[in-house]
Design a protein around this ligand. Structure first.
Ligand SMILES: *Cc1c(COP(=O)(O)O)cnc(C)c1O
Length: 394
């Protein structure tokens, strides 16, 4: 039995996962606040599926943005224990530190930029810097002198994204300067695709040509990596030495992946809450802000304490459904900050306290991709907009 304080502490990342008892909630919940159930088996399954598609290559697991909403301190330790996962990757400094605080032992790659002061703390906590600035060779010199050892790093090469990364056309002298500093151990070299069918091959060609030339000059590049979830499904020529997916690990397919038979991803989370109110509308009664729903005849409705501030999309009223007691019910009216309402019909089929699944692999399943498609939003938003305050249960 886990008390409310422990749930809240876990939600806020204050307690490392290994110390948390495992709680499985199916039909009963201790609170009317909504919560997120994270399925460690599904996470492990999805990592294995990605690796299988790529002939057993290792999977650098991207856990940025609070593990795509599922919770850094919940997801991090699960992925950390997998043999197929050589490390985890984030974009923000605080997330790299939070992973260490959560007990993650494997290498963590920081793909964003840190200040020099932060870099000292990151190196002391064994976080790999993903380098891309002109200042990197000098910074490495200082760090190596301070720690009296070589600093393990990855080199981020920009092959056409023009977001972060060292532009490929001036990367060679930069890589040479890093090598000449004798201050770094280059464990990996990576790039990011723009995910455009016509341009991705050109990016890959630029990357491979650069890597070939660098190696001919005796530079060490470590593992080459480029494949996010999109490439895991759609670009097998970009698997290189290691995959770097995020989304797929949590059980969702990038929107462009229409053939989903190649891999059987399993949603790694459920968004759930208990029904807080069941009421019968009279003909002519309306529902929620804006009165967009008006009952034509006496109609039962149920209210769930989940809204757009929890991450459930406002546009769910365009056709999303919620599972309660083995049946799907349509979201009606408006999704407000902390509530949404479903139409039950002419019968009172649910009770206050029934557990509803808004996203999750129950039967009938409500896939993250289905919610995204019906709401007309990117599936990334369904995961990444989940509120960090949602209590996490493993
Ligand atoms: C987010 C991210 C990934 C993972 O992308 P998915 O599409 O979620 O698989 C990989 N690499 C970088 C640099 C990223 O920012």
């Amino acid at each position: 039995m886990t008390d409310r304080r422990t749930f809240l502490a876990a939600a806020l990342g204050a307690i490392a996962l290994p110390k948390l008892p495992t709680v499985r909630v199916r039909d009963r919940a201790p609170s009317f606040d909504p919560w997120l159930e994270v399925d460690a088996d599904a996470l492990r399954h999805n990592v294995a599926e990605a690796a299988r598609l790529a002939g057993g290559r290792p999977v650098l697991a991207v856990v940025k943005n609070n593990a795509y909403g599922l919770g850094l301190s919940t997801v991090g330790p699960v992925l950390d224990r997998l043999d197929t996962v050589p490390g985890l990757a984030v974009v923000k400094v605080d997330e790299a530190i939070a992973l260490r605080d959560a007990g993650v032992a494997k290498p963590i790659l920081l793909m964003g930029l840190s200040t020099d002061e932060e870099a000292v703390e990151l190196v002391s906590r064994d976080v790999r810097l993903g380098l891309f600035t002109d200042a990197a060779p000098a910074l490495l010199g200082k760090l190596a002198a301070r720690f009296n050892r070589r600093i393990p790093v990855h080199l981020d090469v920009d092959t056409g994204m023009n977001r972060v990364g060292m532009p490929y056309h001036r990367a060679l002298p930069w890589m040479t300067a890093i090598a000449d500093s004798n201050a770094a151990t280059v464990e990996g070299t990576f790039m990011t695709f723009v995910e455009d069918d016509a341009f991705d091959p050109e990016q890959l060609a630029r990357f491979v040509a650069l890597a070939r030339e660098a190696r001919q000059q005796g530079l060490t590049l470590g593992r080459l990596h480029a494949a996010s979830s999109h490439a895991v499904f759609l670009r097998s020529d970009a698997y290189l030495d290691m995959l770097r997916p995020g989304l797929a690990l949590y059980g969702a397919y990038p929107g462009e992946v229409t053939d989903r038979a190649a891999a059987s991803l399993r949603p790694a989370f459920r968004l759930r809450a208990q029904v807080v109110r069941v009421e019968q509308l009279r003909a002519g009664d309306s529902v929620s802000y804006g009165r967009s729903y008006v009952a034509q005849q006496p109609t039962w409705i149920a209210t769930l304490p989940v809204g757009h501030s929890d991450g459930y999309p406002r546009s769910a009223v365009k056709g999303c459904e919620v599972l309660i007691r083995d049946r799907l019910y349509r979201v009606i009216g408006a999704v407000s900050a902390s509530h949404c309402i479903v139409e039950l019909g002419s019968e009172k089929t649910v009770e206050v306290g029934d557990v509803a699944t808004l996203v999750g692999p129950d039967r009938p399943e409500i896939l993250p991709n289905t919610v995204a498609e019906r709401a007309g939003v990117s599936v990334y938003d369904i995961l990444m907009h989940l509120s960090p305050l949602l209590p996490k249960r493993l």
